[in-house]
Design a protein around this ligand. Structure first.
Ligand code: KG4
Ligand code: ZN
Length: 345
């Protein structure tokens, strides 16, 4: 049974995991840097990079300890090589290169987005290619046809903000702190979504793209009006965002209906229970199976990087020690540029 060491350092989570070929996570550790970034209301790249330097090596040693393993018992070392905050990516990738070199094991440079995209297969052994994936995180909001490892067709993407970014900005407006997604979800559960009228950008348009900037501005105006309860604004925002996502996902489904085996959601925002419920209902209406990884595998983690490593290793897709870190790295390099898209990392 192969075992891959996964390393993740592309944003503000320092993480390591040991993942076996039979989908067992032998050990995993995540050191969150939330406290270091909270005073700034978002991730400060320089602080993140320095924290990865301090945290990563002892975290890997502890992860090996947890599993009772030594480095020479690992079959490959996989690390996020992009996209993300380049300083942090470099820390993880260079560490992985050193470990691969020292143990004479293959190196696997993983696209962080592929980590998210394949994470549902780590959680669900019966999920087969191809599937339609909604990938919703702090930096991305895309609808992808996942045909296999390294084989993606992007059907839609955001033309401005990512979905997680919209949650984070709403949290900031409502004074809920950072990271905002879980706080908005908690507050929304106590509010009345019908009490505040908010727009649903791009609803009904033919191509399954997303836009959340106008929704965020409407949240700001509703808050500044000073007449709505924060909980109602949070609930209305979440409902508007979900309505957009369901409409756009239904469009994408119509484009690939005959090709896919399942509707799948991944990425940090996939931890949102209201969103999962709405997608599950859509899949049921379409007679499709629905899969979402457990919330801990949705937000950034190293198990998904280790799993992408397992899938790549099985296909012999390893990398050389000269592989570069990439701040931008689209899953579908052939996707046509969309006006306004690609501005965010
Ligand atoms: O995938 P992820 O951990 O990091 C990136 O690669 O971006 O996603 C983080 C994003 C943040 O914007 C966070 O607010 C959002 O996922 N998020 C949520 C929830 N949990 C995390 N958004 C809505 N509801 C949640 N429960
Ligand atoms: Zn992520």
């Amino acid at each position: 049974m192969v075992v891959v060491l996964g390393i993740e350092s592309s944003c503000d989570e320092t993480a390591a995991a040991l993942v076996a070929g039979d989908r067992v996570i032998l050990a995993q550790r995540i050191a969150s840097q939330d406290a270091a970034h909270r005073p700034y209301g978002g991730v400060v790249p320089e602080i993140a990079a320095r924290a990865h330097v301090a945290l990563l090596a002892p975290l890997i040693a502890a992860t090996l300890d947890d599993a009772g393993m030594r480095l020479d018992q690992v079959d490959a070392v996989a690390a996020t090589a992009g996209p993300g905050l380049i300083g942090g990516v470099m820390v993880g990738l260079v560490t992985a290169k050193a470990l691969a070199m020292a143990s004479d094991k293959p190196l696997i440079a993983v696209n962080h987005l592929e980590g998210h995209a394949l994470s549902p297969r780590l959680a669900d052994a019966s999920l087969n290619y191809p599937y339609l994936l909604l990938l919703a995180s702090g930096g991305h909001c895309q609808l992808l046809l996942v045909r296999g490892v390294g084989d993606y067709r992007r059907l839609g993407t955001t033309i401005d903000d990512a979905l997680g970014e919209a949650f984070d900005k709403t949290a900031k407006i409502l004074g809920l702190g950072y990271p905002g997604g879980p706080a908005v979800e908690r507050l929304a559960a106590t509010g009345d979504a019908g009490a505040v009228k908010l727009p649903r950008p791009l609803l009904g348009t033919p191509e399954p793209h997303f836009s959340f900037a106008g929704l965020k501005s409407a949240v700001l105006r509703a808050h500044q009006a000073g007449i709505h309860a924060d909980a109602d604004i949070a609930a209305a925002f979440q409902q508007a965002a979900i309505d957009c996502v369901i409409d756009r996902t239904a469009r994408a489904l119509a484009m690939v209906r005959g090709e896919i085996t399942a509707l799948v959601v991944a990425g940090g925002v996939a931890a949102n229970m209201a969103l999962r419920g709405a997608l599950e209902a859509l899949a049921a209406r379409e007679n499709l199976r629905f899969t979402a990884p457990p919330p801990a595998l949705c937000t950034d983690n190293a198990a998904m990087i280790g799993w992408a490593g397992v899938e790549r290793l099985a296909l012999g897709r390893t990398d050389t020690l000269s592989v570069a870190a990439r701040p931008r790295w689209p899953l579908d390099p052939d996707a046509a540029p969309v006006r306004g898209a690609g501005v965010k990392a």
